[in-house]
Design a binder for this molecule. Structure first.
Ligand code: ZN
Length: 139
């Protein structure tokens, strides 16, 4: 089986998915992602939920809002994945946990309205004020 794989810091929690299941790739600036990942910007990719496989130790789930679940490694604490009831067919993985982070090709910035002012990303990718509906240039 060919697939894209990733793991947590200690290596206990692992995952895989088929590359053809990838829906989108992009950076999130929202406060929840910043806090959950301890980072000023968090780089995600969306995969068809049915294509996502946990292949190692069982991750622990945390309900981070009324509609969202975040998974992390119970041993080392690495954030591993996200799922929202608002996007029921998707599983979101973290680019920083990929075995080959060079595979990652971000396409946009999301929730850029919440971006911190001490981090300057100088790319030409589209910047959405929200989850992907409204471009910053249209506000
Ligand atoms: Zn771990």
């Amino acid at each position: 089986m060919t697939g894209i794989t990733g793991r947590c810091l200690c290596g206990a929690v692992t995952y895989s998915f088929g590359e053809d299941a990838v829906i989108w790739q992009g950076h999130c600036h929202c406060e929840s992602c910043r806090r959950a990942n301890g980072a000023g910007i968090v780089s995600w990719f969306g995969v068809q939920k049915d294509a996502w496989r946990w292949t190692g130790a069982e991750p622990r789930a945390f309900q981070s809002s009324a509609w969202a679940t975040r998974w992390f490694c119970p041993t080392c604490g690495s954030a591993m994945a996200y799922r929202s009831d608002k996007l029921p067919d998707e599983m979101h993985g973290l680019a920083a946990t990929l075995d080959d982070p060079g595979w990652y090709k971000p396409q946009a910035h999301f929730f850029h309205a919440a971006a911190v002012d001490w981090l300057h990303v100088e790319d030409d990718l589209p910047r959405f004020v929200d989850g992907g509906k409204t471009l910053e240039t249209d506000v």
